[in-house]
Design a protein around this ligand. Structure first.
Ligand SMILES: [Zn+2]
Length: 313
């Protein structure tokens, strides 16, 4: 059964399990139809595998054809399933992420363009808007990230100007009575006004959550969120809001280390990637499923919902 708990837990296991196209297709089949084939058109349970189309089944009752890749990012791709599976695995399990160039080398892709396209598609799967909002006690704070423009040197000397900075709001669930961070959210904002910050809170915090902040005037008054301000000057913020500050500094190190600084273009997608990695830090080996767009088992989702990115699980 290819349920959420059925996935390889090591590189060796992955290699053995997904060594050829048929193995990948069988995994997709079971993820889609854990209890055997069900026609999405008529509900019929009998189908023939077509010889003419790869990994496609034709319903014996109504004749409708369904591919095991429908609804996944592999659909209509000319690349082998093994290439997708391996790329997703590498991207999901690398703690810091993997560049298109590294992927090209690791998987011996013929062209950089292929590797780049796979990377871009996998990265797009990282935003899972079906996710549930942060709950309970949540640290919330803002920071500035220096970004580089196309012409800036990689190490960026000119980052002092307002132009070179992007404002970011972050939120971290506080778990175990403050001993550890839970899930996080990061969002680019235009400014630190109440309108911008309230919009962030509304989008990312569950009703009834408590926002723990440094007392900045932009936070109080957000609908459905209670507010726990800690006014104590700049120094105290690191002590009062330790987790969100740690996330910010990790984000900055990651941005420099992996990308040599983030660019303004697609900035939010970098934040989404960081959030994806952090929130799945304990389930990295399962995350390749999310990247490939393989829905969680049991409940077969209609094709239309599957291909809509906001339905990704
Ligand atoms: Zn049918």
């Amino acid at each position: 059964m290819a349920t959420m708990t059925d996935f390889p837990r090591s590189l060796i296991e992955f290699q053995q399990r997904f060594s050829n196209e048929a193995a990948c297709a069988a995994y997709l089949f079971t993820a889609r139809w854990p209890d055997g084939f069900v026609c999405p058109g008529c509900g019929g349970g009998k189908a023939w595998r077509l010889e003419t189309k790869p990994w496609t089944y034709e319903c014996a009752k109504c004749g409708r054809q369904t591919s095991v890749t429908a609804g996944t990012i592999m659909h209509h791709s000319k690349l082998p399933l093994t290439a997708w599976f391996w790329a997703a695995y590498l991207m999901a399990t690398h703690s810091n992420g993997i560049s298109a160039l590294q992927l090209q080398r690791q998987l011996a892709f013929g062209s950089y363009k292929t590797a780049w396209l796979i990377c871009a598609k996998l990265r797009r799967s990282m935003l899972a808007p079906g996710r549930s909002p942060l709950a309970g006690l949540v640290e919330v704070d803002e920071t500035e990230i220096v970004c580089r423009s196309k012409n800036d040197p990689v190490t960026g000397g000119g980052g002092r100007s307002h132009q070179g900075k992007i404002l970011v709001v972050g939120a971290v669930e506080v778990e175990d009575g403050g001993l550890g961070p839970g899930r996080i959210r990061l969002s680019e904002v235009a400014d630190y006004s109440a309108a911008s910050l309230h919009a962030f809170l509304a989008a990312n915090l569950a009703p009834g959550a408590t926002a723990k902040t440094d007392g900045w005037s932009g936070y109080p008054g957000a609908a459905g969120v209670s507010h726990q301000p800690h006014v104590g000057g700049k120094m105290a913020a690191h002590i009062v809001l330790p987790w969100v500050h740690r996330i910010f500094s990790n984000l900055k190190v990651w941005a420099l280390g992996v990308y040599h600084g983030l660019r303004r273009k697609h900035f939010q997608s970098y934040l989404d990637e960081f959030v994806f990695r952090f929130n799945r830090r304990r389930t990295r080996h399962a995350a390749f499923r999310t990247l490939l767009g393989i829905a969680a088992g049991h409940r077969p989702l209609p094709y239309k919902i599957l291909i809509a990115p906001e339905a990704r699980l």
